[in-house]
Design a protein around this ligand. Structure first.
Ligand code: FEO
Length: 400
């Protein structure tokens, strides 16, 4: 793989094709990368972030390959250990290097990695550091996705080092991408899992970076974007108020009653030319669920009652959905109980951060009967009416 990004700028990070889970939670079917870059200026050399400590040898070997004898600055955009975890080893190998970061990140790095206080050079928003013929300008971008995060703009080369923002969990074969479906889907999955809860902050940061002339975006995960608008436009789309004319249904069914409800409701909605995606939580990929949440108009959660409440798989997935704060506009809960439906009625509280309008719930006893199917038809009609309202307000895409 060609590791050169531009004149005297190289990828020195690590690919992690085997990593199948991130945060021990969300599947990463395409692995991931920990991107670290070296910038050799005429006077100084900067290392842009490090790598996950499990891959520190890859970083060391890449630096050796480039015959890097000296590092002046370790620019640390973010304290999370997948980027900072190899700083202690770098400081051991390059004892003259200083960690360049902001005050908040410094505190976190001392807590997380016990880096010595005298190893830091603190920068502020808008500050610049010269490497001789190359200038680094720092852009604070808190909450994408930690409070200390910042980005760096390399002025002469017009490269934005964007940290986790615009990243993707994709252990690439080619470092540079012009953008394709595979990259788009990986970036969307990443946005859904990491950035979606902070979409309001992302919108502000997109506005802020719009004043920069950017030719390349080099994130901390996944390939480098040769066409910055590919990913910037995707982010504008995902953070906008527009949703798709689609309904997502997540469900668990123990004895088939809830599944019958889901199948019937899905068909009823499809007859209205509204797209439906159904996830059986027993086997669903949480990353796909997150991606789907990015732009679907409506979410329906379906559960049986078990152990005195909604099914634990529904509870745990809903907990994650709640934390992801999707822009879902409408929410309904349906389900079937053996002897008590009360636990399902209280279940909507689990999704309190999903600022969606609640549509009628449909809770039944046992197998659905004719009366229950009528209620599900009514729910489908209500979804259609609500989607039509969104369409009238120009907030719905994908209407035939
Ligand atoms: Fe890739 Fe927030 O670390």
């Amino acid at each position: 793989m060609n590791k050169k990004i531009n004149e005297n700028i190289f990828f020195v990070g690590a690919l992690d094709k085997e990593r199948m889970l991130f945060d021990e939670l969300i599947p990463t079917p395409d692995g991931t990368t920990y991107n670290s870059y070296i910038i050799k200026g005429s006077e100084k050399t900067a290392l842009m972030d490090t790598v996950d400590p499990t891959k520190v040898n890859d970083l060391i070997n890449n630096l050796k390959e480039l015959k890097i004898k000296n590092i002046d600055y370790i620019i640390t955009h973010h304290a999370e250990q997948d980027h900072s975890g190899s700083i202690p080893k770098m400081l051991e190998l390059f004892p003259k290097a200083v960690v360049v970061t902001n005050e908040k990140c410094k505190t976190l790095l001392i807590d997380l990695l016990h880096i010595s206080e005298d190893k830091f050079k603190i920068i502020d928003d808008g500050d610049r550091i010269s490497l001789g013929n190359k200038t680094l300008e720092f852009i604070f971008a808190p909450w994408v996705h930690w409070p200390e995060t910042f980005l760096t703009y390399l002025k002469e080369d017009k490269i934005l080092f964007s940290c986790d923002l615009f990243g993707s969990h994709l252990a690439f074969d080619e470092l540079m991408t012009k953008g394709d479906t595979n990259v788009y889907n990986s970036a969307k999955r990443y946005y859904a899992e990491i950035m979606m809860p902070f979409s309001k902050h992302v919108i502000k940061h997109l506005e802020r970076i719009s004043i920069y002339d950017i030719e390349l975006i080099a994130p901390s995960h996944g390939p480098v974007y040769e066409k910055p608008n590919f990913i910037i436009d995707a982010y504008k789309d995902w953070t906008s108020d527009i949703v798709k004319n689609k309904v997502m249904i997540i469900y668990v069914s123990m004895h088939g009653s809830t599944k019958k409800m889901v199948d019937y409701l899905a068909k009823s909605i499809q007859k209205k030319n509204i797209g439906v995606t159904v996830f059986n939580l027993v086997k669903a990929d949480l990353g796909e669920i997150a991606m789907t949440l990015v732009d679907y108009a409506t979410l329906v959660v379906a559960s049986p009652t078990v152990l005195g409440g909604a099914h634990p798989f529904v509870v745990s997935t809903s907990y994650v959905i709640n934390a992801l704060k999707p822009k879902t506009k409408y929410l309904s809960i349906i389900g079937s109980s053996g002897w008590s439906g009360k636990p399902l009625e209280r279940f909507s509280e689990t999704l309190c951060h999903v600022k969606a309008e609640l549509l009628p719930f449909v809770f039944i006893k046992g197998m659905p009967n004719e009366e229950d199917y009528i209620k599900l038809n009514q729910l489908a009609e209500e979804i259609e009416n609500k989607h039509n309202e969104l369409y009238a307000k120009k907030l719905l895409s994908g209407v035939n």
